[in-house]
Design a protein around this ligand. Structure first.
Ligand code: ADP
Ligand code: DP6
Ligand code: CO
Length: 325
C-alpha cells in the first residue's frame, strides 16, 4: 500500500492553453512537449487504514488549502477507479523544481502522484491509462508520463476516454538541450488554470490561437522526425508568442512576462544574429527556456548568465518518463 515514483517536468513546444471541459481537463487543442531531465518530483504515497483523511506534505511542509484540495480531489479519482472509497493516504512529495513559478511543477507533481498512488494500490494499468488518469490532476502532467518528445492527443469523446499523451520520439532520438533561465522562483499571481480560463472566456484572440495549432503541429513533428533544429525552434518560438499574445487580449488583461523576460528574448535573438542557433519558449510564468544544440552549450550559457536579472541557468537534456523507486 506504499509506493514512490519520480516524474520529470516537460516544456511545451506547442502549448496547451485552454480547456473544453474543466472538470475532466479536456483541452481545446493537441499539444507537444519535451520531457526535461533537469527538473523532477519524487512522491511517496502510503495508503493507511487508520487515516480518516488524506495528508499532504510538500518539501517537508504540511499543506492545506487549495494545493491540498487538488491532491485529495485527484486521490478521490484514484480511489473511485480502484474501488477503494474511504481509504486515505499520506502523500509526501519533493519538488526538485520551483513550485507554481512556471517551471511546470504541476506536470512532474501530478505525474509522480498518479504513478505512486496507482502503484501503491497495485492497480494494473497501462501507461496509456496512467496518462489518462494523470491528465485529470493537471493537463500538462499527462505528457510527463513519457520521456522524449510527447504529444497530448486532445481526443474527441466527451468522457475523455481518448484524451491522453503518446510518445512522438524517444529520449535518445535527438540531443536537444534546454536552458531554463531562472529570473524568479516565486509563485505566480495567476495560476495556469486561472490564466487559461480567463483567456478562453474573454480573449478575442483565443479562436485564432486554436485554429493556428494543427499546422504548427504538423510542421513541428516533421521537424522532430528530421532533427531539423531551425524548423523546430522557429515553430516553438512563434507558438509561444501566439499563446502569450492571447493573455493581452483577456479581460482583465494580463501577462506572465517580467522586464527580464523580454531581455532574455532579445538576447536569444541577438545570439542568432551572431550565428548561434537558439530559440526561446515560455510557459505560464516569467522564466524563459532556451533551446539549443550541444555544440553551442558553452556560448549559450555564457550569454544568458551575462543578462542582468538572471539568477541561474539550469541545463536539461531530454528526460525519461515516470519511474518507480
Ligand atoms: P506550474 O508552472 O508550477 O506548473 P501551475 O499553476 O500549473 O504552476 O501549478 C502549480 C500547482 O501545482 C501548485 O500550486 C500545486 O497545487 C500543484 N503542485 C505542484 N507541485 C506539486 C506536487 N509535487 N504534488 C502535488 N501537487 C503539486
Ligand atoms: C502554459 O497543465 O499547468 O504550461 O491543466 O489547469 O493544471 P492545468 O494547467 P497546466 O497548464 C500548462 C500551461 C502551459 C502550456 C503547456 O504546458 O502545454
Ligand atoms: Co502547471
Amino acid at each position: 500500500m506504499k509506493a514512490t515514483a519520480k516524474a520529470h517536468t516537460n516544456i511545451a513546444l506547442i502549448k496547451y492553453w485552454g480547456k473544453r471541459d474543466e472538470s475532466l481537463i479536456l483541452p481545446m487543442n493537441n499539444s507537444l512537449s519535451l520531457t526535461l531531465d533537469g527538473f523532477y518530483t519524487t512522491t511517496t504515497v502510503s495508503f493507511k487504514e487508520e487515516l480518516t483523511e488524506d495528508r499532504f506534505f510538500l518539501n517537508d511542509h504540511p499543506i492545506k488549502g487549495e494545493q491540498y484540495n487538488r491532491v485529495t480531489k485527484f486521490l478521490n479519482l484514484i480511489r473511485d477507479y480502484a474501488q477503494r472509497t474511504g481509504l486515505y493516504a499520506e502523500v509526501s512529495s519533493t519538488n526538485h523544481v520551483p513550485t507554481a513559478a512556471g517551471f511546470a511543477s504541476s506536470a512532474s507533481g501530478f505525474a509522480a502522484l498518479a504513478a505512486a498512488s496507482t502503484r501503491a494500490l497495485d492497480m494494473q494499468i497501462t501507461e496509456q491509462e496512467l496518462s489518462r488518469l494523470t491528465r485529470q490532476g493537471s493537463g500538462s502532467a499527462c505528457r510527463s508520463v513519457y520521456g522524449g518528445f510527447v504529444e497530448w492527443e486532445q481526443g474527441m469523446e466527451d468522457d475523455g476516454s481518448d484524451s491522453y499523451a503518446v510518445q512522438v520520439a524517444p529520449k535518445d532520438h535527438w540531443d536537444v538541450r534546454v536552458a531554463a533561465v531562472v529570473l524568479s522562483d516565486t509563485m505566480k499571481k495567476v495560476s495556469s488554470r486561472a490564466g487559461m480560463k480567463r483567456t478562453v472566456d474573454t480573449s478575442p484572440f483565443y479562436s485564432s490561437w486554436v485554429s493556428s495549432i494543427p499546422d504548427d503541429l504538423t510542421q513541428i513533428k516533421k521537424g522532430i522526425d528530421d532533427c531539423d533544429f531551425e524548423k523546430v525552434g522557429q515553430i516553438a518560438e512563434a507558438n509561444c508568442l501566439k499563446m502569450h499574445a492571447t493573455t493581452l487580449g483577456a479581460n482583465p488583461p494580463f501577462t506572465y512576462w517580467h522586464d527580464t523576460t523580454m531581455a532574455v528574448m532579445q538576447e536569444v535573438r541577438a545570439m542568432r544574429e551572431r550565428g548561434i542557433p537558439a530559440f526561446f519558449t515560455i510557459d505560464a510564468g516569467p522564466n524563459v527556456k532556451v533551446l539549443y544544440l550541444p555544440q553551442h552549450e558553452a556560448a549559450v550559457q555564457k550569454y544568458l548568465r551575462e543578462i542582468p536579472g538572471v539568477h541561474d541557468v539550469i541545463v536539461s537534456r531530454s528526460g525519461q518518463g515516470v519511474t518507480y523507486l
